[in-house]
Design a protein around this ligand. Structure first.
Ligand code: NAX
Length: 327
């Protein structure tokens, strides 16, 4: 067995972390042979709850977990970490303006960025889940100048998974047969789910979903709005936001950073934009990427550059992520 890696999860007493920690602890994310030292960060009032979470992790009796470090101190939480899941964030409360939410989160992600800069390994891979995820990732990266900007990514994998599942249901196939759904932009209602590059394997190799669902107007309309509004639909039914699906998506995202993407497949994540496809530069923007040796690369396919402006026109939305410029 290799030597343990240090993995921090923030918002560790919250509902997403509750599912995510199990996945990490049993080896689904970093590998079945990779021992883990779990660092768990939450705020001081949550320390008792976090103590309960620690007891449950112990009771899982999973041999990969060699040590658990619960703390409310970012200096301890980020010390020597190899991977960071930044899940904790200030939730939007009733009567709270968007600017209030942003300023509360800027404070949190400034502190965590500074702590990463000072204490984490320079190779640390940071996944921001806490909303607004794209903005929070950008803020965090700005306050961690000694760590490459490419090491900070934001989660749109839940939206991608939702898109795959919707298409699989429409085609009445297993979700494993559907790949390469793209999420452009931001993890918010302004995101652009895109099935134009998606493929389905109906038994004789991948074919375009646009072929399999030819003349199906659903793909250009309801598919997009269903994915965009899925989070709100789950909240309306469950009276709580998506948790197990968000945790699974966070695990999928970090798994692919760690182990790379499969040949012929790409995944969507918020990464620092180089202006590809006409997206604004230097913001965290969701693109299709491939990953090798823990480094992502934006997929450059001619078709995408045709489709992306089309969607912007089609939906008459402003460019997703545009609001991120004015944080
Ligand atoms: P919970 O409210 O259950 O848990 C959040 C936890 O974060 C709490 O325990 C809280 O005490 C902690 N926290 C707050 N400030 C902190 C700080 N400064 N340092 C450390 N911990 C802190 O929320 P949960 O349902 O787990 O959701 C967490 C975040 O994920 C939210 O911001 C949510 O909006 C976001 N989501 C992002 C998604 C994505 O696709 N990017 C989808 C799911 C989810 O909505």
């Amino acid at each position: 067995m290799s030597s343990p890696i240090r993995v921090v999860v923030t918002g560790a007493a919250g509902q997403i972390a509750y599912s995510l920690l199990y996945q990490i602890a049993k080896g689904d994310v970093f590998g079945a042979d990779q021992p883990i030292i779990l660092h768990l960060l939450d705020i001081p009032p949550m320390m008792e709850v976090l103590g309960g979470v620690v007891m449950e992790i112990i009771d899982l009796a999973l041999p990969l977990v060699t040590e658990i470090v619960p703390t409310a101190d970012p200096a301890v939480a980020f010390k020597d970490v190899d991977a960071a899941f930044l899940v904790g964030a200030m939730p939007r409360k009733q009567g709270m303006e968007r600017k209030d939410l942003l300023s509360a989160n800027v404070k949190i992600f400034k502190v965590q960025g500074e702590a990463l800069d000072k204490y984490a390994k320079k190779t640390v891979k940071v996944l921001v889940v806490g909303n607004p995820a794209n903005t929070n990732a950008l803020v965090c990266s700005r306050y961690a100048p000694s760590i490459a900007r490419e090491n900070f990514t934001a989660m749109t994998r839940l939206d991608q998974n939702r898109g795959r599942a919707q298409i699989a249901e429409r085609l009445k196939v297993n979700v494993g047969q559907v790949n390469n759904v793209v999420i452009w932009g931001n993890h918010s209602a302004t995101q652009v789910p895109d099935a134009n590059s998606a493929t389905v394997d109906l038994g004789s190799g991948p074919v375009p979903v646009t072929e399999a669902l030819k003349n199906d107007e659903w793909l250009k309309g309801e598919f997009i709005t269903t994915v965009q509004k899925r989070g709100a639909t789950v909240i309306a039914a469950r009276k709580m936001s998506s948790a197990v699906s968000a945790a699974k998506a966070a695990g999928d995202h970090m798994h692919d950073i760690w182990h790379g993407t499969a040949p012929g497949q790409f995944v969507s994540m918020g990464v620092i934009s180089d202006g590809s496809y006409g997206a604004p530069e230097d913001v965290i923007f969701s693109f299709p990427v491939t990953i090798e040796n823990k480094e992502w690369k934006i997929v450059q396919v001619r078709d995408f550059s045709i489709m992306y402006p089309y969607y912007l026109l089609h939906h008459k939305t402003s460019m997703p992520g545009r609001s991120l410029i004015c944080i």
